[in-house]
Design a protein around this ligand. Structure first.
Ligand code: PGA
Length: 250
């Protein structure tokens, strides 16, 4: 049985003080309840350290929104996996559609980042998903398949990898894929993984859904057979909503 995973992607929101406050509220609302779901929060780089201190004694994981693929050196504005490790991050998100869309990331650079994070002993959430144009053009499956194949190039062991299917047209737009639409793509991703890594790996791999997940649609989405939790943007900026979504998974 795959353990669900829900991660709040704060994107470029929250200062250090605001991040501390949000993380404290999340911890408080989760309380002592046993929740059968892995939970993570992904603040922006400058906020990671302080949020890490707020959550250090609990089960909530510290997640970074990206990383660079070199050890260190002259890469102004970039952050290495070793730096993220030293802040207590256990997961790194790679390939978010906003990185692909606004910052020129490609399947190849996503693959480099993913390999670096895994080599550093960290776990990775690799995001994939089609644009509206691609969906309307009927090429969702082929786009997502090539993102999976190229993003995972040279990776033999998937145990440190989570995938997040995030249709670009559903991110921050209020338009969610229907549970059936999402599950159909998740099933095709799982079939690709089966083809690449075999049945056992395909059964174990967790595939999150992301794109306008809210407390009101989370239960339905997370009850689909191939959806193993969510990557949450807007709704993760409010403790009540985020915790309600976590409870929907756990
Ligand atoms: P959203 O973002 O929940 O605001 O749609 C999801 C994401 O980009 O991870």
């Amino acid at each position: 049985m795959r353990k669900k995973i829900v991660v709040g992607n704060w994107k470029m929101n929250k200062t250090v003080a605001e991040g501390r406050e949000l993380a404290s509220a999340i911890i408080e609302q989760l309380g002592e309840d046993v929740i059968d779901c892995e939970v993570g929060i992904a603040p922006a780089y400058p906020v990671l350290g302080e949020v890490g201190k707020v959550i250090e004694n609990g089960d909530v994981r510290l997640v970074a929104q990206n990383c660079h693929y070199e050890d260190d050196g002259a890469y102004t504005g970039e952050v290495s996996t070793r730096m993220l490790d030293s802040l207590g991050c256990s997961y790194i998100i790679v390939g978010h559609s906003e990185r692909r869309q606004y910052f020129g990331e490609t399947n190849r650079t996503v693959n480099l980042r993913l390999k670096k994070a895994l080599a550093e002993g960290m776990q990775v959430i690799m995001c994939i998903g089609e644009t509206l144009e691609e969906r309307e053009g009927g090429i969702t499956e082929s786009i997502v398949t090539s993102q999976v194949r190229e993003g995972l190039a040279d990776i033999d062991d998937l145990s440190g990898v989570v995938l997040a299917y995030e249709p670009v047209w559903a991110i921050g737009t209020g338009k969610t894929a229907t549970p059936e639409q999402a599950d159909a793509v998740h099933a095709s991703i799982r079939a690709t993984i089966r083809d690449m890594y075999g049945e056992a790996a395909a059964k174990e791999l967790r595939i999150q859904y992301g794109g306008s997940v809210k407390p009101s649609n989370a239960v339905e989405l997370f009850s689909m057979p191939n959806i193993d939790g969510g990557l949450i943007g807007g709704a993760s900026l409010k403790a009540d909503d985020f915790v309600a979504i976590v409870r929907a998974a756990g």
